[in-house]
Design a protein around this ligand. Sequence first.
Ligand SMILES: [Zn+2]
Length: 74
Amino acid sequence: MNKKKSKTRYEKHLVQCPHCKRDVLDHMTQCPFCEGELHPKYTSLDPKKIKKIRGVLTIVFIAIALMILIARFN
Ligand SMILES: [Zn+2]
C-alpha cells in the first residue's frame, strides 16, 4: 500500500469553502466548519434515478439492436 498515493487521492477531493476558506470535501453540501452552503461538483444521484436511466438505456440499446437486425434482413 502506498500511503502517499492515497493522500493525493484524498487531496483531489478537497475544495476551499467560499465562506471560511477552509478545506472541505467536494461532495459536501454544507461546510462542517462554518455551516455555510456549498455547491458540490457532483451530487450523489439517487438510486431510483439511476435505475430509471439504466432502464431507458436498456430500451434504447434493444431498439438499436432490433434496427440493425431489421436492416440486415432488408
Ligand atoms: Zn466554511
